[in-house]
Design a protein around this ligand. Structure first.
Ligand SMILES: Nc1ncnc2c1ncn2[C@@H]1O[C@H](COP(=O)(O)OP(=O)(O)O)[C@@H](O)[C@H]1O
Ligand SMILES: [Mg+2]
Length: 328
């Protein structure tokens, strides 16, 4: 059984007052997320990430398509107890302290007083809120509220959590702490589905990712697969290279270009079509020595831009720029 499944999930928002039209925020999203996965849902602003999470949380309803959590339709009440959700911009009654707020959420889930005290205190420790836990939330920074939101999302020890941009508003240190928290959740067997427009968040965390752009799935798979998908060539660093040898290798197309590193060292950019081991053997036989060989891969950033470029061209750029402001 999958933790999360969506099937051709589609959401149109009506826009325009006099002549309402449908704005396609999500267009036929089909995804499955296995139990215990940390799944990154990536895409630029306006891609449809929050819409997808709201559909999964039933905060809004699909135009067509369906979604399941833990093998049950998203509407199923028994699923609520087993899931947690961090909204994109968590908003809480801000005259409560962090501690009071979490006590309140814990009581909603039916935890008794002693249990509640322990849970709330452990959770606040876990998300890195210290003595501030007694302050009213209106005195909290965005980053601190984000942590309270995460604590709220996991208060019921959920099997599946949905985090909408969990790292937003956090400084690099805070981002790292949240990454570590996500990995601890995974180690406890919890499935984590999180959205982000920051690729480095996913690189350090995810077993698999989906990339959405303009409401459509642009790619899905293991990050390693997606990155390996487009190897660009090799970077071979060698020392003791003769200029004459270098020139002839360049002329014959075995090297795209060579960057001098000082001494007689060069970083050679070798095209994918050339076997780097044979090239190295050839150079070594002419008196050079090998320093390093590395594959040159497309970075996630480049992949992301290429996919988004493809999707927005496909859809007509006019559509992308005209996204209406959210009114929900
Ligand atoms: N309630 C709404 N009414 C009209 N359009 C909306 C509404 N909510 C979101 N949208 C539009 O749908 C698109 C997807 O938004 P969203 O899911 O919030 O994207 P993301 O979370 O990836 O930034 C955006 O163009 C947004 O403006
Ligand atoms: Mg969003």
């Amino acid at each position: 059984m999958d933790a999360i499944r969506t099937e051709a999930l589609t959401k149109h928002y009506p826009v325009g007052f006099w002549r309402p039209r449908a704005y396609v925020a999500l267009d036929g999203l089909t995804l499955d997320v296995g139990q215990g996965e940390v799944f990154g849902f990536l895409g630029p602003n306006g891609a449809g990430k929050t819409t997808t999470l709201k559909l999964l949380m039933q905060l809004t309803f699909p135009t067509s398509g369906r979604a399941e959590i833990l093998g049950r339709p998203v509407g199923d009440v028994s699923v609520k107890r087993r899931t947690g959700y961090l909204p994109e911009n968590p908003y809480f009654y801000d005259y409560l302290s962090a501690e009071e707020l979490l006590h309140y959420f814990a009581s909603l889930f039916g935890y008794g007083a002693a249990d509640r005290r322990r849970r709330v205190s452990d959770l606040l420790d876990e998300v890195g809120i210290g003595a501030e836990r007694r302050l009213q939330l209106r005195k909290f920074s965005k980053g601190m509220l984000q942590r309270v939101g995460i604590a709220q999302a996991i208060i019921n020890d959920p099997e599946v959590v949905f985090f909408d941009e969990p790292m937003s508003g956090l400084d690099p240190m805070g981002r790292r702490e949240i990454r570590e928290l996500i990995l601890r959740l995974r180690d406890r067997g919890c499935t984590v589905f999180f959205s982000s427009h920051v690729l480095s968040d996913a690189e350090a965390l995810c077993s698999r990712v989906a990339i959405v752009a303009s409401g459509r799935l642009a790619a899905t798979g293991e990050l390693s697969e997606i990155l390996a998908f487009k190897a660009l060539g090799w970077e071979v660093v060698m020392g003791g290279l003769d200029d004459a040898v270098l020139e002839s290798a360049t002329a014959s197309g075995h090297i795209d270009r060579a960057t001098a590193l000082g001494g007689r060292r060069y970083a050679l950019h070798v095209p994918l079509s050339v076997a780097p081991d044979r090239l190295v053997a050839e150079f070594v036989s002419q008196g050079a020595e090998l320093v390093s060989v590395n594959p040159v891969r497309e970075t996630l950033e480049e992949f992301y831009m290429r996919k988004i470029g493809a999707v927005s061209r496909d859809r007509g750029l006019a559509d992308v720029g005209k996204a209406p402001a959210s009114s929900e």
